[in-house]
Design a protein around this ligand. Structure first.
Ligand SMILES: NC(=O)c1ccc[n+]([C@@H]2O[C@H](COP(=O)([O-])OP(=O)(O)OC[C@H]3O[C@@H](n4cnc5c(N)ncnc54)[C@H](O)[C@@H]3O)[C@@H](O)[C@H]2O)c1
Length: 275
């Protein structure tokens, strides 16, 4: 699915729950070489080093660079050092949960909104500026989104950032077609990660998915389905796909209402329970 032995930069590793971790592991399973980026040393110590779900052997084998996506020189240095690369995954977002997420949409914390916009959207363009020259033989960029067709409770300004991110994906796809570089997004259903745990009402989102997803949605196990879609978009099997949003959410976001009882997965009753 990805090109064997080529380098893929997966940006946004925090801990073993991160989508970046599942994506990186999946790229490796398909034969790609993965270099992660971690926001800074403090986060690495606090979240990655202390992680009990990653063995010491795996921790020692992790190839990573520090990169704060708002610091242009750090983004530049990552791609200058790692070139040539075949693909980049932007798995990064931030919004202050006290001001940009929650019950009330309106806020006077404009600086927080702008920081969220910089990290969650504009940074993809910064990455493209330095990653594309490192992809002299062409390549693929994938960003991570969440359903922009509906307005979800509490998601507030992050919903706005994701809409802007998808527009930016299309703009970059148009701009870099001539460089042989594709740019797409994967729109994932709700998955348990550190970022998700900061969204007030995340439990409500998962209940919504349980109520409406035609395919059962598992907020932990389905990270693999999301990672598989990212790997598809990174590799040559999607060679003519660019500027698109591939939704991997069990189907919930296309529904016009909750599942009816007869549309639900049948509950399996064991022989002993049936008597
Ligand atoms: N978890 C979900 O339900 C879900 C669903 C759809 C899309 N997404 C998206 O997936 C992506 C990854 O999020 P996740 O859920 O794996 O959570 P996560 O908390 O594991 O990852 C978020 C990452 O963003 C990084 N980050 C924040 N500010 C940064 C900065 N200034 N510089 C560099 N890195 C910075 C964090 O360090 C962290 O590694 C995000 O874009 C998120 O919006 C998540």
């Amino acid at each position: 699915m990805v090109e064997h032995g080529k380098t893929y930069v997966v940006m946004g590793l925090l801990d073993a729950d991160s989508l970046a971790y599942s994506i990186g592991k999946t790229i490796q399973a398909h034969g790609g070489k993965v270099v992660f980026t971690v926001q800074n040393e403090v986060f690495k110590r606090r979240f990655l080093d202390s992680s009990k779900s990653i063995s010491d052997v795996d921790k020692a084998a992790l190839d990573f660079r520090f990169c704060d996506i708002t610091k242009e020189d750090q983004v530049r240095d990552v791609f200058a050092e790692l070139a040539p690369v075949a693909g980049v995954v932007h798995s990064i977002a931030f919004a202050n949960p006290r001001t940009c997420l929650g019950e009330e949409f309106h806020t006077d914390a404009t600086d927080d909104i702008l920081l969220s916009h910089h990290i969650s959207c504009v940074s993809l363009a910064t990455v493209a500026r330095y990653a594309v020259p490192a992809m002299a033989e062409g390549g693929s960029m994938v960003a991570m989104s969440f359903d922009t067709g509906h307005v979800y409770p509490h998601y507030n300004w992050m919903g706005v950032q994701k809409s802007a991110l998808e527009a930016l994906v299309r703009a970059l796809a148009r701009r870099h077609g001539r460089d042989g570089v594709r740019c797409n997004a994967v729109s994932a259903g709700p998955l348990f990660t550190k970022a998700a745990s900061k969204i007030p009402g995340f439990g409500g989102l998962t209940k919504l998915w349980q109520a409406s997803s035609p395919l059962p949605w598992d907020t932990r196990a389905d990270k693999q389905a999301v990672a598989n879609a990212v790997v598809f978009l990174l590799g040559p099997l999607s060679a003519k796909t660019t500027g698109q949003v591939l939704t991997v959410d069990g189907g919930a976001s296309m529904m016009g209402g909750g599942l009816m009882e007869h549309e639900r997965e049948p509950v399996v009753v064991s022989a002993s329970e049936a008597v």
